[in-house]
Ligand binder design. Structure first.
Ligand code: FAD
Ligand code: SIN
Length: 539
């Protein structure tokens, strides 16, 4: 007879800011907490965050102004109630982070506030200059360990266990031994981060393979807004050099963008120039790269001196210098990369998904605060605001009168598409290239139809998911299918989703696309007519 799985009061999947913050909050309530994380405890998207965390705490700023900016950036799809919670609970959550050991940068005793695109005020708190994420990750992970929270590293959640339609625990894979194991809890919190690794060029680390979306979708929960991936315009572009973000905060401090002919280009695209919303800057960058036949544009902050730059942007300055660029003298070659998943597991403002007992917090969740385009530095904030509410709901009974999140009537499921004889078997390299080419910064119907057909065909040929790489390939494929099918359905342009064949927003599309595995499948037309279109746009 096999022993019953070990039981915890709460199981948290992931050890980025969302998971560790939720775990620490639950631990403060005396809960028996288990954190499982597929790499080392500090391996998370969080550690790479540079610019900082947004909160309207500066003089002359207000949560109302922050709310307006968030709604404006989100291009008609922001859930206003959720966004209001985000901005009003921000200051209290920053105080929690300080209590958990995060030291935000200050000047003369006042917190230093940076500026980023589409914010109407300087409201970005940062730590270690441009090392905000690293400082947060190290503070929370060392505190969680000191507090004795049970953390299982190299332990990958591989399936949500359910009984009678509610989550009852997780099945995990020990990635070093290959052993499967089950843990039981009535409260399972997904905090698995984003899915940027769907794309060839991404700022996201290797862990960002969209596992939480796949786990939730397969486990019966709803996922939403998967067609909205944010592309960051300024990723260091030097042949052979690994992808490295050049923070938007650099533009916030006055950096300008030039094409390789030496022409400053952003003012002709948007009056906010370099501080226009990210989708606008990313598309303008691609247009300039195409117009000049180059694979990059140039970011210039040479009007700042070396001492200032090394103090404000120590990581970025150091990385550029390692590759022969002195930011105080040289322009930095940059091009866009996939950066942030606006979509994810649909939740209410208490972290609840449509499966009772299953919760989602952080980048894996879709609370609706980002709409079609996230305002810079709102994501670290979202993680803590909604992780706090999730734990408060579970252990303090807050929000107990809120109705459960109801399933969406007009949800879809992924269609069964035929296996194709070409183009071969799925691999993460091919998937990332396909997504970059056809489901990238700019899309169109033929490219999306092709990508959806190839990805749907690959679904028949997935290798058995036996280890971390094959498991991650399964997650990437589900996320890529959801993103391409949703982008194909959404015949308009809005926020980060830009269709060359439908370049304007359309009022009838001011709505979310929701997927749920037991909903009716999308109707697929012209199955045999899909051919590979010529590759277009971004390189
Ligand atoms: P993550 O920090 O990505 O953590 C996810 C965790 O889940 C990891 O520990 C991972 O190993 C684990 N995991 C995943 N799948 C599984 C599984 N199957 N089983 C077990 N564990 C699993 N946002 C801002 O607001 N401001 C910024 O300045 C900023 N800069 C950024 C810079 C970069 C380069 C990047 C990549 C992102 C940036 N972002 C920024 C976005 C922000 O960092 C993320 O949205 C946020 O950190 C996500 O936190 P998270 O805890 O939800 O996920
Ligand atoms: C950056 O520092 O440019 C990233 C900020 C963010 O993604 O919010």
């Amino acid at each position: 007879m096999t022993a019953a799985p070990e039981r915890f009061d709460i199981i948290v999947v992931g050890s980025g800011i969302a998971g560790l913050y939720a775990a620490l909050q639950a631990h403060e309530h005396g809960a028996r907490v288990l954190v499982v994380t597929k790499g080392g405890i500090e391996e998370a998207g969080t550690r790479y965050a540079q610019g900082g965390i947004a909160a309207a705490v500066g003089p002359g700023d207000s949560p109302e102004a922050h709310l307006r900016d968030t709604i404006e950036a989100g291009a008609g799809l922001v859930d206003e109630d959720a966004a209001r919670i985000l901005v009003t609970e921000a200051a209290a959550r920053i105080a929690d982070l300080v209590r958990y050991g995060v030291h935000f940068d200050a000047t003369n005793g006042e917190v230093s506030l940076g500026m980023e695109a589409a914010h109407s005020a300087a409201r970005i708190l940062h730590a270690g200059g441009d090392a905000t994420g690293l400082m947060i990750e190290l503070s929370l992970s060392s505190l969680a360990q000191r507090e004795g929270v049970t953390i299982l590293e190299h332990t990958m959640a591989e399936r949500i266990l359910t009984a009678g339609g509610r989550a009852t625990g997780v099945e995990v894979l020990d990635t070093r031994t290959g052993r499967l194991r089950e843990y039981a809890s009535d409260r399972v919190v997904l905090a698995t981060g984003g899915a940027g690794r769907m794309y060839r060029t991404t700022t996201n680390p290797e862990i960002s393979t969209g596992d939480g979306v796949e786990l939730a979708y397969t486990g019966g929960a709803e996922v939403m807004d998967l067609e909205f991936t944010q592309f960051h315009p300024t990723v260091l572009r030097i042949p052979g050099v690994p992808v490295f973000l050049i923070s938007e905060a650099v533009r916030g401090e006055g950096a300008q963008l030039f094409n390789v002919r030496g022409e400053r280009f952003m003012p002709k695209y948007d009056p906010r120039a370099e501080l226009a919303p990210r989708d606008i800057v990313a598309r303008a960058t691609v247009a300039e790269m195409l117009a000049t036949g180059s694979d990059h544009v140039l970011l210039d902050i040479t009007d700042r001196d070396r001492a200032w730059l090394t103090a404000r942007f120590p990581q970025i300055f150091g990385t550029c210098l390692e590759h022969g660029l002195d930011m105080s003298r040289d322009r930095i070659p940059v091009s866009p990369g996939a950066h942030y998943s606006m979509g994810g597991v649909r939740t209410n403002t208490w972290g609840e998904t449509t499966v009772p007992g299953l919760f989602a917090v952080g980048e894996v969740a879709c609370t609706g605060v980002h709409g079609a385009n996230r305002l810079a530095s709102n994501s670290l904030l979202e993680t803590v605001v909604f992780a706090r509410r999730t734990v408060a709901r579970l252990f303090e009974g807050l929000g107990a009168d809120a109705p459960p999140l109801a399933p969406t009537l007009e949800a879809h499921s992924l269609p069964v598409r035929p296996a194709l004889s070409s183009p071969g078997d799925p691999s993460s390299t091919d998937l990332r290239e396909l997504m970059w080419t056809h489901v990238g910064i700019e899309r169109d119907g033929p490219g999306l139809a092709y990508a959806a057909a190839v990805l749907g065909g690959w679904a028949h040929r997935l290798p058995a998911a036996v280890d971390r790489p094959t498991r991650e390939l399964r997650s990437l494929l589900v996320c890529a299918r959801l993103a391409s099918e949703a982008a194909l359905l959404r015949e308009e342009s809005r926020g980060a989703h830009y269709r060359r064949d439908f370049p304007e927003p359309r009022e009838e599309w001011r709505r979310h696309l929701v997927f749920r595995a037991d909903a009716p499948p999308i109707e697929v037309k012209n199955l045999s007519a899909v051919a590979a279109p010529a590759p277009v746009a971004a390189r």
